[in-house]
Design a protein around this ligand. Structure first.
Ligand code: IVH
Length: 670
């Protein structure tokens, strides 16, 4: 990007930032979620870090919050009320600590005061001679609003201190917030508990504030005369003695590993708490050290907020595209304005099928809430109909296949007496371009012919260049042409040739499975292969359309038979199998029914050393074992490789599933 382009991008983000600050701080009606706001802030800061020429007085580096409202007298904070920098992961925390060591020019042992970061609004209370003299909102961090009378209506805020060891003058800071259960009663008027707290606190008439169930938790001080506590944790204890409320979940930890462990535990617990929180605050516990570390222009060097990850975000639907799958299913996908969810930028969300769009009345231009949890494809949770444009139009699902123009159909399920939710292209074969491409992708995939060095993108490219139109073309590729393509060279072409050659030796069941026929997964393929024994018999049955023969096979039912009939009635599809037979070395890998792993179930997590997952699976199956795809009480062994999914191991431990290595599996298989 050019310098002008970068600057333009930066300024537009700053403009966004100003807009959202206004809605958030001044109007108490945020347009975006907190995590979206944090991301915007992070994007601006990252741009500034990368391109030193970018500056703006409204950058989050120079500004905190929003300028005070005109309804209140202005009040200049003696010490600015700054914000905290954010950490989202271990690396950010390590960087935070590294910066401290760099600043001090030595490595020191740090204890941290850990405090829940309540999602309310901060307020500052100045006490002189034990009397509350003034109460101020944060405002823009330097100038706040004088709201003493409003703050005085909050029962948790003492007007007068009775303890003896109270400093002669101190500015105590803390969070004003509304508990979740109280928010439920007033939720119609505010976007969230924090906005409710902010709105209630900044009422013109303190009597209106008094009506609201506001709470106050104290956590730090701006300045203090005659205070001689040594640690933040001492200060938190003193606050309690002086009559302030502090958080019951405050803790002390002494290294980053402990912080991360606690964060993880607390992230799960947070939904059970009575207040909203968006992370934990870690503060250097030693107050002397805090003083040495001081502040950057907008945050302390001695503290950081470790945010919880959000799993949803609001965004806008730019378009709805229809994808055609391998078996002709039309899947609508929402193309959305890119949004960062828990560190991953999402620009597509599945809309599942035609019925889902109808049920939720999803339209192009709609603002939607999308969720991305675990490995699940991002999906729409709800449509924000209040933000819908007046001109928005109902989305009409296409009744022709967007790829080949054939009619589409919703099947009628005789059993449930309902139409299927999914609409399909009636052309389940190579006559439809998209279906053909998806079928070839399936043909080369790990569980099918497993051709290494051929990915989905390469298939798309070869298709576009007309190098590849049917599966059998793979075995007659024009390698000279491929060599000249961008990204290909002598070696990669040689490797491709080798792996294609290797894949020519294939078991009958893998071949049946690799055709990608609807309802013929690897289990059905195995049963058909076992029944027909060899490719010639199979082809004969198909040629003569003796599909009923399969009725004799236990495990093959009407659904599979209808699907086989439908698929092979298409001449193109049938010819592909005949052609493949001429090229491939097809063997019937007789399944061993009484192998050493008989009646045992396995699941793999993590990367296995030296063998692919598909190979491990086939080792299990060759020895009569079964593989499962979820950890359940039916699982006997969990095979753990490198970088396994911790959740799966934890669950296996709880259920008493045996945890073994690849080596142990190989031993069991002998
Ligand atoms: S200490 C110099 N401690 O987080 C900043 N802040 O992003 C020192 N907050 O404005 C703030 N819980 O509204 C601190 N235990 C806690 C907190 C906390 C919530 C909020 C506060 C502050 C914001 C900073």
């Amino acid at each position: 990007m050019t310098k002008i382009g970068i600057n333009k991008k930066y300024k537009s983000k700053i403009k966004e930032f100003i807009k959202h600050n206004k809605f958030y701080y001044d109007k108490n009606k945020p347009l975006i979620t907190d995590s979206e706001y944090d991301i915007l802030k992070k994007e601006i800061l990252e741009l500034e870090k990368k391109y030193k020429f970018l500056t703006d007085k409204n950058s989050p580096n120079n500004s905190v919050g929003f300028k005070p409202s005109k309804s209140f007298a202005k009040y200049k904070h003696k010490l600015p009320m700054l914000s905290l920098s954010n950490a989202f992961n271990e690396e950010d925390l390590k960087n935070f600590e590294k910066k401290i060591f760099n600043y001090l020019n030595k490595i020191v042992k740090i204890n941290y005061s850990v405090e829940p970061k309540i999602d309310g609004i901060s307020a500052s209370l100045t006490y002189k001679n034990k009397i509350l003299e003034s109460g101020v909102s944060r405002g823009d961090g330097r100038i706040g609003e004088l709201i003493t009378e409003n703050l005085k209506t909050i029962k948790d805020i003492p007007h007068k201190i009775n303890s003896n060891n109270f400093p002669s003058e101190i500015e105590i800071r803390g969070e004003v917030f509304i508990k979740k259960k109280d928010f439920l009663k007033i939720k119609d008027n505010f976007a969230n508990p924090r906005n409710a707290a902010s709105g209630s606190l900044r009422q013109k008439n303190p009597k209106d504030t008094k009506k609201m169930p506001l709470n106050f938790i104290a956590y730090t001080f701006g300045y203090a005369h005659d205070y001689n506590g040594k640690y933040q944790s001492d200060f938190l204890n003193d606050l309690k003695k002086w009559g302030f409320k502090t958080n019951n979940d405050n803790k002390i930890f002494s290294n980053i590993d402990e912080l991360i462990k606690f964060h993880k535990k607390f992230e799960e617990k947070r939904f059970d708490l009575d207040y909203d929180l968006d992370g934990l605050v870690y503060k250097v516990n030693d107050l002397k050290l805090q003083e040495r570390l001081g502040f950057t222009s907008n945050s302390p060097r001695w503290a950081i907020a470790h945010k919880f990850s959000a799993d949803n975000a609001y965004t806008k639907i730019i378009n709805i595209e229809i994808q055609v799958g391998r078996t002709g299913a039309l899947t609508p996908v929402a193309k959305v304005e890119p949004v960062n969810i828990g560190g991953v930028v999402v620009s597509n969300a599945t809309l599942h099928n035609e019925d889902e769009i109808k049920r939720k009345d999803i339209r192009i231009g709609d603002v939607i809430k999308i969720e991305r949890a675990g490995d699940v494809i991002p999906h729409v949770i709800e449509v924000d109909k209040a933000k819908r444009d007046n001109n928005s139009k109902l989305y009409i699902f296409p009744n022709k296949c967007p790829s080949c123009g054939s009619n589409t159909l919703k099947e009628f399920n005789k059993l449930t007496k309902k139409y299927d939710a999914v609409r399909r292209c009636i052309n389940d074969g190579y006559g439809c371009e998209r279906i053909a491409i998806e079928k070839i992708k399936h043909f080369i995939s790990k569980e099918a012919l497993n051709i290494e060095g051929l990915g989905k993108k390469v298939i798309e490219k070869f298709w576009d260049l007309k190098i590849l139109e049917k599966p059998q073309d793979l075995f007659n590729l024009n390698y000279e042409k491929i060599k000249k393509l961008e990204g290909w060279g002598e070696i990669s072409v040689k490797n491709l040739e080798k792996s294609i050659d290797k894949s020519k030796k294939v078991s009958l069941y893998k071949l049946i499975y690799s055709l990608g026929i609807r309802h013929i997964g690897s289990e059905s393929a195995k049963l058909i292969a076992d029944y027909t024994q060899n490719i010639d018999t199979l082809i004969e049955i198909l040629r003569k359309k003796q599909f009923d023969k399969f009725l004799n096979v236990d495990g093959i039912g009407e659904t599979q038979i209808n699907s086989l009939n439908h698929y092979f009635s298409n001449k193109l599809n049938f010819n592909i199998l005949v052609e493949l037979k001429k090229i491939l070395i097809i063997e019937n890998e007789k399944l061993n029914k009484d192998g050493s792993l008989k009646n045992l179930t396995f699941m793999i997590t993590g990367k296995l050393n030296g063998i692919s997952r598909a190979e491990a699976k086939s080792l299990i199956e060759k020895n009569s074992g079964t593989t499962l795809s979820t950890v359940s009480k039916n699982l006997n062994y969990l095979i753990v490789g490198e970088k396994p999914t911790k959740r799966k191991i934890d669950k296996a431990k709880i259920l008493g599933v045996k945890i073994i290595s690849l080596h142990e599996l190989q031993k069991l298989s002998n």
